[in-house]
Design a protein around this ligand. Sequence first.
Ligand code: FAD
Length: 307
Amino acid sequence: PFDVLIVGGGPAGAAAAVYAARKGIRTGVVAERFGGQVLDTMSIENLISVPHTEGPKLARALETHVREYDADIVNGQQATKLEQVADGFRVTLASGAALTGTSVVLSTGARWRKMGIPGEEQYVNKGVAFCPHCDGPLFKGKRIAVIGGGNSGVEAAIDLAGIVGHVTLFEFDKVLRADEVLQRKLKSLPNVTIVTSARTTEVKGDGKRVTGLAYEDRTSGEIRDLALEGIFVQIGLVPNTEWLKGTLSLNARGEIVVDGHGATSMPGVFAAGDCTTAPYKQIVIAMGEGARASLAAFDYLIRLPAG
Ligand code: FAD
């Protein structure tokens, strides 16, 4: 078995692997897609000390760093089950194979929920964005829409209103669902329009970039067009933890509940990054948490009875 078996090969998993391997313990990483969400990202400008990089380049750098050490990478494999066994844990893969670890770090990340409308997929990174902290500055002075009137949508709209020219916030329901205090703040901003009872129907573009958004006014049934340069989709971040349901403690959103050491409800199993309850889903945060979970796993291992 591995001393530390890491499930997930994004920034969190890569950091966990480097930290574990540097302790000289047997380290394995199993990942569906090594690199994780970073692979789908164009420009990254908030990884401290790296003023600018691109997703695929950062993903390669993560892999190169892990491969500097004696860590096994099992790529292209999906974990489907985690179980406690006599001397640790067994992770079963979709292929039917299984890997075992005396301790485990879960870092399976998350995925942004999409609107599922024509044009959206085509214009991801070309006007369609998901992360205001990451991509907000790219839309300085421009017209943008935020989709979703929950807390994340309204927070994003408030944040972006300080950077962009104009924000239109779209909510499907008749009313916003965000906390009252956030709604009040949003309504006080001069460059924000709120559209409720709206169902977005199409992302429009010129082949290169987003040029507008079509939506249905759910009260009248009328389809309307809004010209803009950017669309921030804020309708949920879904953790990749479906396979862990019933195994360890998840919150209502499906995030793995962790404490300040990255420990989960299962002693010996740690978690890091976007799949956990730790707030603010960012690369630099996922990396820090991966390092911390790995150090916590090492502390757990050295306390196990000898033999
Ligand atoms: P992920 O990157 O999601 O990695 C998860 C890993 O687990 C992957 O290897 C995946 O294949 C694997 N996995 C999942 N399920 C399983 C399973 N069952 N079995 C095996 N493996 C599995 N953040 C920034 O800081 N700056 C940015 O500019 C930025 N831009 C972004 C742009 C886009 C378009 C997106 C989508 C995200 C962006 N983010 C950005 C967010 C950032 O990418 C994430 O916060 C970060 O990647 C989280 O790292 P992670 O390791 O926790 O998870």
